[in-house]
Design a protein around this ligand. Structure first.
Ligand code: SF4
Length: 239
């Protein structure tokens, strides 16, 4: 939920979500259309679909209990290296490094050079203090979100003395730029396909709509992603 949406907006929605669907089993039993309706305003609806598919797989293959090994987590739909490790660190408190965009930026700068995905993961795993992964990963995320931003605030940073890039006087280029896992600035939302997809999803959340009212290629894209159902000339949320 936080990937594209600010924390203040996500917090009440997250609470509603987990109150309504407290377990993978209750969530998996819900029609996808209801899940997509509840996801309105939280960005990329594809993630809601993956979450739903993952819950179904958790019910089918793991008896409704979220698995706690990296290999099993990676086999769930929509779960990649980041999500699998985030679940391990934050739900199961295992000693793994979580590399999101903020942490990837911090690691590249502290190491003083562009990192590949594998190296960033190795550095992240190696840095976790034993038994404190929850606390450690939260702290690094916060450091990246608050201080080690694209324009960093090194004067206030608690790791400035061991940060190679800062110690170099921030000699260009910034190692975070082009490092694996560091997201690039998003393209403009206004007029984008993302905006058009969002408009279609908002409309169908209110009820069936006519295909003719929307750009056909956007409709086909959403249909191919499994996010809408096509019934003749009408589109609706999947049942
Ligand atoms: S010293 Fe500066 S560049 Fe290094 S981690 Fe801290 S904020 Fe980032």
């Amino acid at each position: 939920m936080l990937q594209q949406t600010q924390v203040q907006r996500v917090t009440p929605r997250f609470r509603e979500f987990v109150e309504r669907w407290p377990t993978a089993t209750t969530f998996a039993a819900e029609p996808l259309g209801e899940v997509l309706r509840a996801w309105q305003g939280l960005g990329y609806p594809r993630r809601a679909r993956y979450l739903h598919l993952a819950a179904q797989r958790i019910v089918d293959d793991h008896g409704g209990v979220v698995p706690d090994t990296i290999d099993e987590l990676l086999r769930l739909p929509g779960v990649g290296a980041y999500t699998a490790r985030a679940v391990l660190a934050f739900a199961f408190e295992r000693d793994v490094g979580v590399v999101d965009t903020n942490i990837a930026r911090v690691l590249a700068r502290v190491e003083g050079g562009r990192l590949t995905r594998a190296v960033a993961q190795r550095v992240a795993d190696g840095a976790v203090p034993q038994g404190r992964s929850w606390w450690w990963n939260q702290s690094l995320m916060e450091l990246g979100a608050v201080l080690c931003r694209p324009a960093p605030r090194c004067q206030e940073c608690p790791v400035a003395r061991s940060c190679r890039w800062s110690r170099s006087g921030r000699r260009p280029p910034d190692p975070a730029v082009g490092s694996a896992g560091v997201s690039k600035p998003q393209r403009r939302f206004e007029g984008s396909r993302r905006q058009q997809r969002g408009a279609v999803m908002r409309s169908v959340a209110d009820g069936p709509q006519s295909v003719a009212d929307f750009d056909r290629s956007i409709v086909d894209e959403l249909h191919a992603d499994g996010l809408i159902q096509l019934d003749g000339d009408a589109i609706r949320l999947p049942s």
